[in-house]
Design a protein around this ligand. Structure first.
Ligand SMILES: Cc1cc2nc3c(=O)[nH]c(=O)nc-3n(C[C@H](O)[C@H](O)[C@H](O)COP(=O)(O)O)c2cc1C
Length: 151
């Protein structure tokens, strides 16, 4: 069984809706052999990362950056996981109310440093997530699962 780890910070219904769509896609019956593990960003550990085969990361955009919670996760896991997780697949979803560019830049810089491989471009939603946004979240989850599981 391969493991897909979802690390998320979900302080509001908008981000929660995106998280649930991503988790639903990640758990699709169309992909076998994948166990989905979810961790709030403030509770995720480097061991969670080392024990997983792929990652999905979710956060609101706060003060022009990733949430402090997701940043804390990266601060904890970066060096303990740097050598062990090279080339592992990941996807990300961000929610902001106006401008996500700073958070996107940070995410790209951190995941480039880790040498992780994006399965799709990050899903970025501004304002209340609509049907198409949630479908994009579902697709992100399913694509990450397909990357590590059996289709
Ligand atoms: C302290 C704080 C700072 C924020 N900074 C940004 C920001 O820089 N860019 C942005 O697009 N949204 C910003 N937001 C909006 C949040 O991203 C948004 O509240 C969050 O994604 C949840 O969405 P919701 O409030 O519509 O449910 C900020 C929110 C808070 C509370």
């Amino acid at each position: 069984m391969r493991r897909l780890l979802i690390v998320h910070h979900t302080p509001s219904p908008s981000v929660q809706a995106m998280f649930e769509a991503v988790r639903s896609g990640a758990s699709t019956d169309e992909v076998g052999g994948v166990e989905v593990v979810t961790r709030p960003a403030l509770a995720a550990s480097p061991v969670d990362v080392l024990e997983a085969d792929g990652y999905l990361l979710g956060s609101p955009v706060n003060l022009g950056y990733l949430s402090g919670a997701l940043k804390h996760f990266f601060d904890l896991m970066y060096y303990p996981c740097l050598e062990e997780t090279i080339r592992r697949p990941f996807g990300a979803f961000l929610h902001g109310n106006s401008d996500a560019s700073g958070a996107l830049r940070a995410l790209e810089s951190i995941t480039t440093g880790l040498r992780w491989r994006a399965v799709l471009p990050p899903v970025v939603v501004t304002g209340e997530p609509g049907k198409a946004d949630l479908e994009a979240c579902w697709e992100l989850g399913a694509t990450a699962a397909a990357e590590i599981g059996e289709v």
